[in-house]
Design a protein around this ligand. Structure first.
Ligand SMILES: NC(=O)c1ccc[n+]([C@@H]2O[C@H](COP(=O)([O-])OP(=O)(O)OC[C@H]3O[C@@H](n4cnc5c(N)ncnc54)[C@H](O)[C@@H]3O)[C@@H](O)[C@H]2O)c1
Length: 245
């Protein structure tokens, strides 16, 4: 899919969880649109193996680790002079019924989704405030909007991201920083584990009748990241073929 409609030349972008899936698509398309892009992931082997445009900088960062998150933001500012756009996309699943869920699976899902979103936002916003410009785009989920059996940890963390998005939108708006969320649906490893019959039923329930490719998420993110979206903040934009209607 072409990203020709968007021009992010002179903008520095950090995308977490970008070795594969939705994040991989975002990195590729932001780079094609002229941005200086940092592809960040905890999985170094997958990051090495990822096919990105040559300009993309790869950094191994676990979003649960404050020092690593702070370091990559400092690195981006030192190298490019700016940090304009943060996409908090890193994610994991540790599904299970609530009565069987371990503390470890509860805490890890929160540390990655909600904690990672917090840590990157905290690290980037002093620079964004100094610039008088910033775009934070958080990735939530249908599960956070509506709940989903087996995902008490994930849905609570994703719902938390919506509250975090709205509060930080209120805190940061006067500095020219917008904070929004997307609720995507796309064919990635994350839905690769769904059994065939369930996937069929899931697809049949999507108003647009199909599951998107990861690359189809970029235009919505690019809009929220654009200079033109300056008056859009605190929203949750579903990019899910109508699933959450
Ligand atoms: N695929 C969907 O349909 C769907 C639906 C709703 C929400 N989401 C959300 O979209 C985001 C991307 O999901 P995806 O489907 O592309 O999944 P994915 O599993 O393909 O990619 C997630 C990436 O995050 C990385 N990651 C995991 N833990 C990390 C950590 N601690 N630090 C840094 N990186 C880490 C993984 O290594 C992986 O490369 C997630 O936040 C997910 O919850 C996806």
């Amino acid at each position: 899919m072409s990203s020709i409609a968007f021009d992010f030349t002179g903008h520095t972008v950090i995308v977490s969880g970008s070795a594969r899936g939705i994040g991989h698509g975002l990195v590729t398309q932001f780079a094609e649109a002229g941005a200086d892009v940092y592809a960040v992931d905890a999985d170094g082997a997958a990051l090495d193996a990822a096919s990105f445009p040559a300009s993309v900088r790869r950094r191994i960062v676990d979003v649960t680790d404050t020092a690593s998150v702070d370091a990559v933001v400092a690195d981006a500012v030192a190298a490019t002079g700016r940090v304009d756009i943060i996409v908090n996309n890193a994610g994991i699943l540790r599904d299970g019924m609530v009565w069987k869920m371990s503390d470890e699976d509860w805490n890890l899902v929160f540390a990655v989704h909600l904690g990672g979103t917090f840590r990157f936002t905290r690290a980037a916003t002093p620079h964004m405030r100094a610039q008088g410009f910033g775009r934070v785009i958080n990735v939530t989920s249908y599960s956070g909007l509506r709940g989903n059996i087996g995902q008490a940890n994930y849905s609570a963390a994703k719902a938390g991201i919506i509250g975090f998005t709205k509060t930080t939108a209120k805190e940061l708006g006067r500095f020219g920083i917008t904070v929004n969320a997307i609720s995507p649906s796309a064919s990635t490893r994350m839905i690769g584990g769904i059994p065939e019959d369930q996937l069929k039923a899931m697809t049949a329930a999507i108003p647009l009748g199909r599951i998107a490719e990861p690359e189809e998420i970029f235009p919505a993110v690019a809009f929220l990241a654009s200079d033109e979206a300056a008056y859009v903040t605190g929203t949750v934009l579903a990019v899910d073929g109508g699933t959450s209607i």
